[in-house]
Design a protein around this ligand. Sequence first.
Ligand code: MG
Length: 380
Amino acid sequence: MNLLRTGEDIERHEEQTLAPFAQKSTATRGRLHAQPADRWRSEYQRDVARLIHSAAFRRLEYKTQVFLNGTGDHYRTRLTHTMEVASISRTLARALGLNEDLAEAIALAHDLGHSPFGHSGEETLNRLLKDHGGFDHNEQSLRVVTLLESPYENFDGLNLTFEVLEGVQKHATTRTAPDLGDYPCSCLEGQIADLADEIAYYAHDVQDGLEAGLIKPAQLSDVALCAEISRHNGLDLTGTEAKTTRLSLARLLSNHLIHDVLKASAARLAAAGLHSADDVRRHPDLLIGYSDRTAREAKALRAFLYTHLYFHPEVNDANQRACDLMADVFNAYLQDPSQIGREATRRVPNSGLYRAAGDYIAGMTDRYLLREHARLFDTA
Ligand code: MG
């Protein structure tokens, strides 16, 4: 008896088991550069592997999510955030009969374009590049996988499938993507990765914020979503069991949001009468999402996090100081392009000096940028 399953067996299994509106590997629009099928893996499994094995993915370990990288060993980094998004994406995809491998691949790619120092770093790069096309992390993620990661001899990029690029594209209005068509929506697996991103950061930012002491449990009793979940689960937000609150609330919050998305999305899918993944793309509205009530409550939680965590002086000031160093490094490259890395120098003729310097800095880890600053400016 042959126990081994080939890529073809796996793709046949998808055909038989996934929902009609799921994106099947066999129906992929393929890759920009044709490559022969893999013996043991479906097309989206290959994309997952390409992303995990990329240098940009490994560097996520040393990039800030919210708290400056290295300030606490328990806090999320861009890498652990990405892994949580991939895990939630798989859960949502499996429960809805969608393509887990595709949802995972989109999740793994979604933050590859993030600069060092989190959102403040993104704003800084956007300012530095404002007369040269600006900077947006979604767009940059697409640039990373289509241009900057370059493991193949004959072309740039990871040569991912159309559907993964479509999912990563999200809000990007990009110059680097191949023709992704003009459908109003991406496939459901892309919509899932988007929601999973939100669910992951709501839950882990609440947890990390509590752990850092920047958010007090009692403040969360004013946030409807947290108050409601605590009431249902007998969690005392005003109590003294800080650790229990911290750990339980994050878990309960992500469970609550996942269940809500599953129920609301299943109802929308049932009502939409879809027969294929392209029906999803042509549908005028997104189909994966919260119930109306939870959508309102999630928005309020988001506003709370902006005010009390992302712009908390302890978070924001440290990131701002780091961003001043980023601007120094950027300007040093403009003044003396011979200081820029070898790969980035190779891209100057095509991309221009500003964009090449921006790409180079966006790809850096927090600590590499600090080292680069010391190299360029510490004369002692
Ligand atoms: Mg993210």
